[in-house]
Design a protein around this ligand. Structure first.
Ligand code: AMP
Ligand code: MG
Length: 436
């Protein structure tokens, strides 16, 4: 459908649930999913409603209102969302989008007049999420495990027609292979960008390969593959370095769910693509972060050594790349200052610059490559916490400033005065709870 001409004027009433215009026909969807490895047979939109599908810019966009109140799938919950988590989702969508990572985004967040009970009483909010697709791996699992074969077939037909129009209805094997490829590329981008999703349950996995339902997410600070951002994830199932394995595991769940519709050997062959696609994408992105244009064996080796150095010295992941730009132009002080033991960094830097020269990469080209993918401004959790505290106190100036930074995160560190650079001690190890 087309949105009404006065959509912007209708938005406040809609977001505050005061008015339901006639072009809105709210739907709450059922799904299930594997949560922390265990199957939950019945989940669904417990605090969200699909309001409408909006045709714009050659695509159809789902408008989904999160925090919209109780639905038949609310279980023990109140159907509401808090301002804190709505701001977190809004900012992360922008951050990921401007880093070139497929993601859902938000069109608006609205503060609600009433207060919400979580660990404490907090301001409530609604968020209008925009994405072409709200279909999750968990939708397929629901119809598979409830034995609703006709519905499962209809779901897959709908998904293929809407999101894979280039495929014929009988090319279901090609569809699954593409889902594998998209998700492998997605998780490679998270790893290269230092993004930890936090709750990679199968109900939080989008079928089109977008970052989806990121609650207690974090951009890592120091490089640590064992980093856990989710307070509820005691065992570290979704720790940063494990995300590729978990996305693969989730794809296996999806394969299982569609195994009555697609030949099992072809599902296996598609799953087997995952490793190659992941590593190719990841190695290319990491090569670019070091200024190279191709990821050959030597480049991969020098990258691995760098990551090892960062892990050993607990060095900030993002500054370790963005400050290389200065180091390459002869001003290495701020980069060296990131390492507690400068001799290891010195040895690596000598080998790295030798490899740039051997590869015929001019320093200006390396500079350009790094600048295009290693942001100086990163949406770190401490920044989000500061934005939330300010907004809860009624001041949205920092929110708007951060929003501007997110649109151009690759500018020089100095241009973000105070918002890029070293993380203050209090902000280094923030852990976010799931209760939002
Ligand atoms: P999430 O942690 O947001 O991925 O949600 C997991 C499941 O819990 C989904 O089925 C949600 O709809 C449901 N849920 C989360 N928060 C609430 C809430 N406040 N009220 C009702 N359902 C919720
Ligand atoms: Mg979810």
């Amino acid at each position: 459908m087309q949105l009404p001409a006065d959509f912007a004027a209708q938005l406040p009433g809609l977001m505050n649930l005061n008015e339901v215009p006639d072009w809105v026909q709210p739907i709450a969807m059922v799904y299930s999913g594997h949560q922390f490895g265990a199957y939950n047979p019945r989940l669904g939109d417990g605090r969200g409603l699909l309001l409408a599908q909006w045709a714009a810019n050659g695509a159809e966009w789902d408008l989904h209102l999160k925090g919209a109140g109780m639905t038949p799938f609310s279980r023990m919950g109140d159907g509401r969302a808090v301002l804190r988590s709505s701001i977190r989702e809004y900012l992360a969508g922008e951050a990921l989008h401007h880093l070139g990572i497929p993601t859902t985004r938000a069109l608006a967040v609205a503060l609600c007049p009433d207060r919400i009970y979580r660990e404490q009483v907090e301001p409530g909010a609604t968020l209008l999420r925009v994405t072409p697709c709200h279909i999750r791996f968990g939708h397929f699992e629901y119809f598979a495990y409830t034995g609703q074969r006709a519905e499962l077939v209809a779901l897959l037909d709908y998904v293929m027609q809407r999101y894979w129009p280039e495929l014929a209805p009988n090319e279901k094997d090609l569809w699954f292979a593409d889902v594998v490829r998209r998700n492998a590329r997605l998780v490679a981008k998270w790893q290269a960008s230092g993004f930890a999703h936090g709750v990679l349950n199968t109900d939080n996995m989008s079928i089109i390969g977008e970052t989806f339902d990121f609650g207690p997410y974090a951009f890592i600070n120091e490089y640590d593959p064992d980093f856990i951002c989710n307070h509820s994830d005691d065992a570290g199932r979704y720790r940063f370095g494990r995300q590729p394995d978990i996305v693969y595991w989730n794809l296996m769940c999806l394969a299982q769910a569609v195994s009555s519709l697609i030949d099992v050997e072809s599902l296996r062959a598609s799953l087997a693509l995952f490793g190659d696609v992941f590593w190719r994408e990841y190695n290319n992105l990491m090569a670019q972060r070091l200024g190279f244009t191709v990821a050959n064996e030597k480049v991969v080796a020098v990258t691995q050594r760098y990551l090892q150095l960062l892990a050993e010295q607990k060095t900030d992941y993002h500054l370790a790349f963005s400050r290389l730009i200065n180091a390459l132009s002869g001003d290495a002080g701020a980069w060296f200052a990131l390492f507690c033991d400068a001799s290891g960094a010195q040895a690596w830097f000598a080998d790295y610059t030798a490899l740039l020269a051997e590869s015929g990469v001019e320093l200006s080209a390396a500079d350009r490559n790094i600048r295009g993918c290693a942001p100086a401004f990163v949406l770190r959790n401490y920044i989000v916490q500061n934005v939330i505290a300010a907004c809860e106190a009624g001041d949205d100036a920092l929110l708007h400033r951060v929003f501007d930074c997110l649109r151009n995160p690759f500018a020089d560190e100095a241009q973000f005065d105070g918002l890029a650079g070293e993380v203050p001690e209090w902000g280094r190890h923030i852990c976010i709870s799931c209760s939002s």
